[in-house]
Design a protein around this ligand. Structure first.
Ligand code: HEM
Length: 148
């Protein structure tokens, strides 16, 4: 059974939903590493340490995780609807969003380390890692809009 065109007239609503949750996801991917940098500046076990853990936990549960799941669901619906699996721009985009999802996973893992009081990376390393989602998003949007 082919899913090509199965979205019919709802395709544009699904694409709009996809882009809306991409915006929320990117907002979370930009905020969390920035939280980590500020978190690193307060003593482990202090009141402020506890407050940063709460902030990061809320960002994870309310924004990051739900947005990533909805971006994938709508994205895969669009991919099957348009049957883009053999198109170069989409294969490149798909590999990049898998990498971006891996970055998301790494961040959640780092949050759990901070929750235990571990701080394996330096502030400088965190600031460098903060650039990853921006660069990835720029390339992803060029791939899906320009379709080179
Ligand atoms: C997570 C897995 C993702 C999948 C499977 C996916 C898949 C797709 C597909 C198939 C389309 C084309 C819809 C069409 O015109 O028929 C699309 C549109 C779009 N995607 Fe994604 N996407 C994903 C994640 C992302 C991410 C992370 C971003 C941005 C950082 C993004 C940005 C966009 C944009 C801006 C469009 C609209 C392009 C246009 O209308 O010209 N997507 N996506």
């Amino acid at each position: 059974m082919s899913l090509v065109g199965f979205l019919g007239a709802t395709m544009l609503w699904v694409k709009a939903g996809h882009i809306i949750f991409v915006i929320f996801l990117m907002a979370g991917l930009f905020m969390m590493p920035r939280f980590f940098v500020y978190h690193h500046q307060v003593p482990v076990g202090s009141d402020e340490d506890g407050k940063w853990i709460e902030r990061e936990d809320r960002l994870r549960r309310i924004i990051l995780n739900p947005s990533l799941i909805i971006v994938w669901i709508f994205g895969l619906m669009l991919a099957f609807n348009g049957d883009y699996w053999r198109e170069g721009w989409f294969i490149a985009k798909f590999l990049l969003v898998i990498a971006l999802s891996g970055y998301h996973g790494w961040m959640i893992g780092y949050f759990k380390k901070l929750q235990k009081g571990d701080r394996p990376l330096s502030e400088k390393q965190l600031r460098l890692l903060n650039e990853v989602p921006g660069i990835a998003a720029a390339i992803i949007v060029i791939l899906v809009v320009v379709r080179p």
